[in-house]
Design a protein around this ligand. Structure first.
Ligand code: PMP
Length: 402
């Protein structure tokens, strides 16, 4: 029986795979040395393995291995609320639901707010795993260009007017955006909130990197600008600040919405992995998070500068890059004659040279940005980064000669 004869749901055709996620298995199959600028994963040395391994056996009694509460383990919610109360963006425990990573937070948001045919605004470029989630619920996407101040909100208004349909959801990554590295400016945050209210659209505020600011002035979150606003659905994760394999994140929503979040989550996975929640709670309760974040910020700042310097040395004005104030990513746009190279082809040449990145078209739902690519500076030491950028420059030469 072929796939064509199977009684597939219509929505199966809307499921879009992730070039980003697939790069993990693709790279695992390679037998030669590859500098990995592709995945947005924390540095291996940034994972507090020793501390994780020292968590006492008492934390893992039989109760750690049974079903947990759908909204999350109470002591993790307490520890997280307590931790957030020490930051600029505190919250109340009844606004929090623990999720299986940020991806599940996005899935819950779009599942709750998006019907087939609804318009969902996404940044261009964007984190296409997020836009794919909206597509899986039948969304129509509206791509809005990003510049150095994040999503261009003036263009958003013009594009919505031209589409003749107001959006149900606005998907934004306001801090050190994946993939561009840019941060949504304060006036644009305020305008976006106004537009969300004008259109009665939810802001899906996806912020995995906000705690990883290493330069520039702090920027208020949507929740700080508009406290207790039911049109803000905030998606957060421990993946970038602790370890992505734990698959623990959280969403912050209006408490009245929480029963919908819980109903939707119960239809997905019952509860988030309980031992992983214990591990995260223990890490926070031991007071490790602040020191860890301070270390990450210092380390990633050094790594960003190392990558920019290597790029300057080996590529000079053949490329233009963003210069993010935090997070994981640089966005690189080929210049001059090099701009004719399709970065999807460049990816194949670069892989053979021993360096991997995410090509621009994988970061737009309509495959824009053939002249650009995303580099993750967080995973590699400055020395490895130097090796990777030398290989990248060689790959660009080769691709250009083809
Ligand atoms: N949103 C953005 C912008 C991300 O970069 C990521 C991770 N790459 C996620 C969501 C998903 O996070 P998680 O791995 O916790 O599911």
């Amino acid at each position: 029986m072929t796939l064509r004869n199977l009684p597939l749901a219509a929505r199966a055709g809307d499921l879009v795979g992730s070039v980003i996620d697939s790069s993990t298995s693709l790279l695992a199959k390679q037998t030669h040395d590859i500098v990995r600028f592709a995945m947005g994963a924390p540095a291996e040395e940034a994972v507090p393995v020793e501390l994780f391994n020292s968590v006492p056996a008492a934390v893992y009694d039989a109760s750690s291995y049974t079903y947990g509460a759908t909204e999350g383990e109470p002591h993790l919610i307490d520890a997280l609320t307590e931790y957030l109360s020490t930051t600029a963006d505190p919250t109340a425990r009844e606004r929090i639901t623990i999720t299986s990573g940020g991806m599940q937070g996005l899935d819950l948001a779009f599942k709750i707010f998006v019907d087939p045919g609804d318009l969902v605004v996404v940044e261009s470029p964007t984190y296409t795993n997020g836009s794919a989630t909206a597509l899986s619920y039948g969304a129509e996407l509206l791509e809005v260009p990003v510049d150095e101040d994040g999503m261009d909100v003036d263009q958003l208004e013009a594009l919505v007017a031209a589409r003749g349909k107001t959006p149900k959801a606005i998907y934004t990554i306001p801090n050190f955006q994946n993939p561009s590295g840019t941060t949504l400016s304060l006036p644009r945050r305020k305008r976006l909130l106004e537009l969300a209210h004008q259109w009665n659209a939810v802001i899906v505020d996806d912020d995995p990197y906000g705690l990883l600011r290493f330069e520039g002035a702090e920027m208020p979150t949507f929740n700080q600008l508009s406290p207790d606003d039911p049109l803000i659905f905030s998606v957060r994760t421990f993946s970038k600040i602790l370890a992505p394999g734990l698959r623990v994140g959280w969403v912050e929503t209006d408490p009245e919405l929480q029963h919908l979040v819980i109903n939707a989550k119960q239809a997905m996975d019952t509860c988030t992995n309980v031992p992983a929640q214990h591990l995260v709670a223990e890490f926070i309760l031991r007071g490790g998070l602040d020191d860890h974040l301070a270390w990450l910020r210092r380390e990633y700042q050094g790594r960003k500068h190392a990558m920019l310097e290597s790029i300057e040395r080996h590529l000079g004005d053949r490329v233009r890059t963003t210069d993010p104030d935090g997070g994981f990513f640089l966005w690189v746009t080929l210049q001059g004659e090099d701009a004719k190279i399709n970065t999807q082809r460049l990816f194949e040449v670069a892989l053979a040279e021993g360096v991997a990145f995410i090509p621009g078209p994988a970061l737009s739902p309509t495959g824009r940005f053939a002249d650009a690519f995303r580099l993750c500076f967080a995973s590699s030491s400055p020395e490895r980064t130097e090796t990777g950028i030398v290989r990248l420059a060689a790959a660009i030469d080769k691709a250009r000669a083809e």
